[in-house]
Design a protein around this ligand. Sequence first.
Ligand SMILES: Cc1cc2nc3c(=O)[nH]c(=O)nc-3n(C[C@H](O)[C@H](O)[C@H](O)COP(=O)(O)OP(=O)(O)OC[C@H]3O[C@@H](n4cnc5c(N)ncnc54)[C@H](O)[C@@H]3O)c2cc1C
Length: 375
Amino acid sequence: MKWAIIGGGVQGCTLFNYLIKMKKASAEDICVIDPHNDPMELWRQYTGRISMSYLRSPVSHHIDVFNASLEQFVAIHADDKESAFSQPYDRPSLSLFNQHTQKTLQETQIMKSWIKGRLISLKRLTDSWQLIVDMTQSQEMFKANNVVLAIGNSEKPNWPEWARTEQKAGKDISHVFDQSFKLENKKGPILICGGGLTGAHLALKCADASPGNVTLATRQALKVSDFETDLSWLSEEKDQIYQQIHCYEERRNLISSVKEKGSITVAFKKSLYQSVASGALSITHTNAFSELCAKAKTVILATGFQSNPLGTECASTFLKEKAPLSKCGYPILDRKLQWLPNLYCIGGLAELELGPISRNIAGAKRGSERIVKSL
Ligand SMILES: Cc1cc2nc3c(=O)[nH]c(=O)nc-3n(C[C@H](O)[C@H](O)[C@H](O)COP(=O)(O)OP(=O)(O)OC[C@H]3O[C@@H](n4cnc5c(N)ncnc54)[C@H](O)[C@@H]3O)c2cc1C
């Protein structure tokens, strides 16, 4: 095998498309290893669960190579051009984005390369990498000349300490991104914890279904921003500024300072307050979540994902080689996004090299371009 891509989410699928479409490999040369049945399964599950109608990112952010690919797809396939986008920024509807994703992955024939399993060991041989993959019933060994780690942190929902305590005490409490999460048959009053876009989507969805029975609790006042990371970080100019920072701690600080984590768009703030005005929803800002829990029958966490350092995680789970890590526990990569010879990273793992946009869809395109151009 020439290439093994570990993780078939947004990042791994984008790189797969780049390798195929830029003619660096054929589907037979690549294996994509992921524990799910289909590509981008977590993306579909999570966005579907909160009934996300539109993406936060603009139409130029998608998993295909050609920048106008999604825009052209919409022009041909959208039944209603008006509702295809949310304004401003031409944010595409999730349905069209997913249809375009499916069409692109069919073109590149990703299922020919799909291996359902989880990487549990990665070891360097003289001129290749040895992978041991847990396929549920058995373990299999593969060899690849190049390996790309495209795993994020989205398998691990973030459970605050107080929530674990409530769960132990018998409260009906779950995280919206738990594998087993189901919204059906949840009894009110419902308390939703988390002030970001996930919490906002969920609050509106629940308030629609059960008006007057839903409270959204956030630590601070709702924070408004068009994007989690300002789109200017995609510009050449900002990229050059970032690349001139040679200290990884400084890079980490910059990433933390420019990310508007837990923020929502103006449109969502407006919708939330409309729902409050109509009596369907209550919003409260508090640090005393346990007290609020006492008043609710059901508690749903919308508190994002764990922020474990991804490089340290790889080293402690499957990576059997010593590889350079920054103080913050993330890989130190070269310009080609290589961690070790022929071992590449993309997405969250490439954050220190690619900058603040690395984890999102635009980052997947940027990371894929970097890798493919270096070949
Ligand atoms: C609700 C929601 C809405 C979002 N909206 C936007 C948006 O509008 N625009 C935008 O740009 N971004 C958005 N994002 C953010 C971002 O695009 C996603 O988080 C993105 O899916 C991250 O991609 P990924 O490939 O790193 O992770 P994932 O999609 O989680 O894929 C990683 C895959 O790797 C697999 N994996 C993990 N460990 C192993 C292993 N050892 N072996 C094999 N496979 C493994 C996982 O099971 C998973 O399938 C959104 C995120 C969420 C949750």
